[in-house]
Design a protein around this ligand. Sequence first.
Ligand code: ADP
Ligand code: MG
Length: 453
Amino acid sequence: MPDKDQALWRDLLSTVRRSSPAVCRHWFSELKMSGIDGGVVEVVAPTKAQVDYLRRECNQVFNDAVVETSGKLLTVRFVTEPTVSSNGSASNGREGAIRSGKLKTSGAIDELTFSPDYTFDSFVVGPNNRLAHAAARAIVDSPGRAYNPLFIHGGVGLGKTHLLQAICSGIEHRMPGARLLYISCEGFITRFIECVQNGRMDDFRHQFRDVDLLVIDDVHFLAKRDRTQDEFFHTFNSLYQRQRQIVLSSDAPPDQIPDLEERLVSRFSWGMVAPITPPEYETRVQIVKNKALNRGDEVSDDVAGFIAARIDSNIRELEGALTRVQMLANVENSPVTIEIARQALGEGDTGRERAQITLEQVVDAVIEYYDISLSNLQSKKRARSIAFPRQVCMYLARKHTRYSLEEIGGYFGGRDHSTVLHAVRKITNDREGDESVDSAVRKLERELRLVAS
Ligand code: ADP
Ligand code: MG
């Protein structure tokens, strides 16, 4: 590569590292630039999973950075094999590192890409996930025989998808010819509906039954879809009888998924049901350190401990906190110190303070925010103007107090735990899909932290 291209590539990478530490990975050092062709800077990564990651998460960041560093209107393209030759120099693609046909579905399903971040190596084991982790490893060692199905359940952001994908990569690595299908439950449902409408059930059955490993993420979304549950039941039986491995995840144990047919509840419990709970402090510290390393950065025990003390439940939030700290350090052009962490995260919001939030405080905040009366909140009324604030209330109570689903249900007019679970799920979903819901909940959470501190 010409020297000026070398220099551009070096500057480009350091700009990316500075502007967006959260998307950077330690393996970025293995990326190569093969050349520039027609305004396109071609970047070669060793594996397809890495290219998928770069295309998904990093397009914008690299495009912005290349314009900034070159001062020209260039764009970046990520590939596993160089197509641009660099003045007769040796190929930059690493031979043999490319895994072809990584996900052997029969074509009609979009290949669901795995994240290169989600491996066993990067998974921190603690008391909260030890069982699930051990079971996942056992499955990679002897699929179809160790535990079938493996059913992993736990709250949002606790590592279910990470473990599921680690199983897939593990099996892919051990048994290169194995046919794997990893799909979200929504993907399963969509595919089913499509095939029913187009009269292509044979395709559907072929796709889901002729596999060695079927992994379905978030099966709680099966709830209430009778025909899909029926088809799922037959898919399950067909695979199970032939000792093909099935792995499922859900936000609740089988018997607590609302509206799940009894025969599925029972089958989901045949193998191993493994919970993942929120991680303890030590595990959180280790996770922060690992994530930082994976981003090509190192944080001291002190700083990792400081961040881990602040966020006590969801690991995705833990990563978000680390990102905020890294961003501030970059802006201030400072190493990642406790002082920076404190500035980035503020003083409040520790697990201790969270534990002190009471149900009454949650209810008061919601009553005030939505201008609704307590009796309405506790009533059986289903009008959206009442039901929605009630669901927000349940969501907040579940997230910020130590009350059980049953207790919260009881407080809201003697509802049962599945109603509360439904509310938690709904608001979690709404927050992701609807900016206004997310901002309302954020406001309420700020309010709660104030009254509890
Ligand atoms: P879930 O599917 O349960 O909602 P994810 O698997 O998406 O959660 O995990 C959320 C984030 O937390 C991911 O970035 C994942 O890598 C990280 N994570 C969760 N558990 C662990 C762990 N034990 N070690 C390292 N990272 C973890
Ligand atoms: Mg998930």
